[in-house]
Design a protein around this ligand. Structure first.
Ligand code: AMP
Ligand code: ZN
Length: 134
């Protein structure tokens, strides 16, 4: 790993991920320890640590992709709603220092909590296949 960043390594294909979609600048994949079923991360391929040090053009591309992936999750899972979460700094709970937006699908009747659990790899693989975009 060239800069010790796990998300750069995912973007470079050096470590595996359950990809949902990818273009030249942006990548989306399932969170390995999901809050809820279909919890997805959207990142720029170019490293920046958070909201404040990301180029405007990169941020615009990421946010546009967040919206498209959220729409896709709503249809493909399906889910009833979703939260967008983006943490900046350890005090805010950021554990991976590479800009990322969380899309947390929500399901009617399920309790509204933010609590992750260990992901089931087979379930994540099947889910990524179901959600994957062209
Ligand atoms: P944050 O707390 O906002 O920094 O979120 C980092 C997220 O990255 C957490 O929800 C982790 O479960 C997730 N994560 C860490 N490593 C991986 C990985 N290799 N593949 C997918 N998600 C990951
Ligand atoms: Zn990085």
């Amino acid at each position: 790993m060239k800069n010790d960043c796990v998300f750069c390594a995912i973007a470079a294909g050096e470590i595996p991920s359950f990809k949902v979609c990818e273009d030249d600048a942006v990548l989306a994949y399932l969170d390995i320890n999901p809050f809820t079923k279909g919890h997805t991360l959207v990142i720029p391929k170019k490293h920046s640590t958070g909201l404040l040090d990301t180029d405007d053009a990169v941020l615009a591309a990421v946010v546009a992709r967040v919206r498209k992936v959220a729409a896709r999750l709503k249809e493909a899972l399906p889910c009833d709603g979703f939260n967008i979460l983006q943490n900046n700094g350890e005090a805010a709970g950021q554990t991976v220092k590479h800009l990322h937006f969380h899309i947390v699908p929500r399901y009617a009747g399920e309790p509204f909590v933010f609590e992750s659990h260990k992901g089931d790899m087979e379930e994540l693989k099947a889910l990524a296949g179901r959600v994957r975009m062209a």
